[in-house]
Design a binder for this molecule. Structure first.
Ligand code: FAD
Length: 418
């Protein structure tokens, strides 16, 4: 097994993961340490070669955006002071020997940041992984779009009067997707000779295990969502207290025995952390990586973790939500603390302040919730677009997105199966 850089004199920062946490950590730390010149180098290890802007994933799944509109190559994002970008899955971490183990080599580190995110959680529910389509990666979005279109093609052939799309999970992703899928369906209908008729229904049903949809949002937001969904002409239904027990080829079976039939089944019912194997006692037998207020995995001062894979407990004793804005904010203080460690200075603690929550409700409608202010409708939708535009990386990606959104305002969604 080859060991890279064991004789080096400089300091090496290894970042695991090229998502919101990893990319922002690099940007922030690089800004602080660029002037250190040859004393410092970065190695990025990620199993994908692109950064994915997940908040707009539902627009790819429903034909408003193309996959390339929300992805950008990691090599564009990590461009300076980089020794290497390794596109591999991390197998394990030896915290004592300061080593990352990959398939054919091991990489040494001085400072390590674990930002490997999370993946879909089917909670071990029988049939869920086999029959439901999740929305976590760009491949999922393409698969979901194709599946919706295939269902329309078949319905057209069979002259079906109803197409039913069921989503499991009434979090923000589930709700955004439900509205987009409904609108996508309405826009597709006129292209199908046998579905054009008025009485063909596109029904979208959201099954949520608890009584509360969109956890993290206020009751005021929930009420606004329910008002939007119950508008005349909408065929979107939220079924709360619907605990999925089993899934088969045609139906979702709930724990109270009720059966819900579907044509397309979408899974947006949670994620589990991508925790790599690591020989630190506090991480053994835990799902998420528990960190202290400086993002250290105790007792290691040089090992940090941020984003969806980590568990940061705030002063109220509550774990921070798995959100891009949390990972982004965490990356700032984590970068500062790595710099402080390098300079032999004391760490500073992190305190999370939520900037606000955004939720799109199809084309022309959104909810923007900042403190007690809740905006809805077209104004909120325009604001929603501007905020996401600002958060997007790279001038090229931003320009592409603006042009696409302008084009969308005068054209229909793409209904080609790719
Ligand atoms: C559909 C959808 C919509 C969302 N909408 C919003 C939103 O509107 N607002 C919001 O704030 N948040 C949103 N989120 C949540 C947000 O995407 C996550 O909170 C955020 O991506 C977390 O950042 P991260 O860096 O921890 O993980 P990620 O961004 O997921 O990055 C993890 C990286 O690690 C890599 N990786 C994973 N395992 C390994 C391994 N073993 N070895 C090497 N590399 C590995 C992955 O390839 C990836 O590059 C949404 C999520 C989804 C799925």
């Amino acid at each position: 097994m080859q060991k890279k850089g064991n004789l080096r004199k400089n300091k090496r920062v290894v970042i695991l993961g090229g998502g919101f946490g990893g990319v922002n950590l690099y940007k922030n730390l690089h800004a602080l340490m660029h002037n250190e010149g040859d004393n410092l180098e970065f190695i990025i290890i990620s199993d994908n070669n692109y950064f994915l802007f997940t908040p707009l994933l539902h627009e790819v799944a429903t034909g408003s955006l193309s996959p390339g509109d929300i992805t950008s190559a990691l090599r564009e994002n990590f461009s300076c002071c980089i020794r290497e970008i390794i596109l591999e899955k991390v197998i394990s971490i030896d915290a004592y020997k300061k080593k990352i183990v990959l398939k054919n080599e091991s990489i040494s580190f001085d400072y390590l940041v674990i930002a490997t995110g999370a993946s879909v959680n089917f909670w071990g529910i029988e049939g869920a992984e086999r029959y439901a389509i999740p929305l976590k990666d760009i491949k999922d979005a393409i698969k979901l779009k194709n599946q919706i279109i295939s269902t329309f093609e078949l319905a057209n052939e069979l002259k079906k009067k109803t197409i039913k799309i069921v989503l499991v999970g009434g979090g923000a992703t589930g709700i955004e997707l439900a509205v987009e899928i409904f609108e996508f369906g309405q826009e597709m209908k006129p292209f199908y000779e046998n579905l054009k008729v008025e009485d063909t229904r596109i029904i979208v049903e959201v099954l949520n295990s608890s009584e509360e949809i969109v956890p993290g949002f206020s009751q005021k937001v929930r009420n606004k969502i329910m008002t939007t969904l119950s508008k005349e002409g909408s065929d979107i239904f939220i079924k709360t207290d619907s605990n999925v027990k089993k899934v088969n080829e045609k139906e979702v079976i709930l724990s109270d025995g009720k059966k819900v039939n579907y044509d397309v089944l979408v899974w947006s019912a949670g994620v589990k952390p991508n925790t790599p194997e690591i020989n630190i006692d506090s991480v053994k037998n835990t799902e998420k990586i528990k960190v202290n207020k400086f993002f250290n995995i105790e007792p290691f001062k040089n090992i940090f973790s941020i984003g969806d894979v980590s568990e940061f407990t705030d002063y109220n004793g509550k774990s921070l939500p798995q959100l891009a804005q949390v990972a982004t904010e965490e990356s700032k203080i984590c970068a500062e603390n790595i710099y402080r460690l390098y300079k032999n200075k004391d760490f500073i603690p992190f305190e999370y302040k939520e900037k606000g929550l955004l939720l799109s409700l199809g084309r022309n409608n959104a909810i923007v919730s900042i403190n007690t202010i809740v905006l809805t409708g077209k104004t909120a939708w325009i604001l929603w677009k501007f905020i996401y535009l600002a958060l997007m990386y790279g001038r090229g990606s931003r320009i592409r997105l603006v042009l696409k959104w302008i084009l969308n305002s005068i054209s229909k969604r793409d209904i080609s199966r790719i």
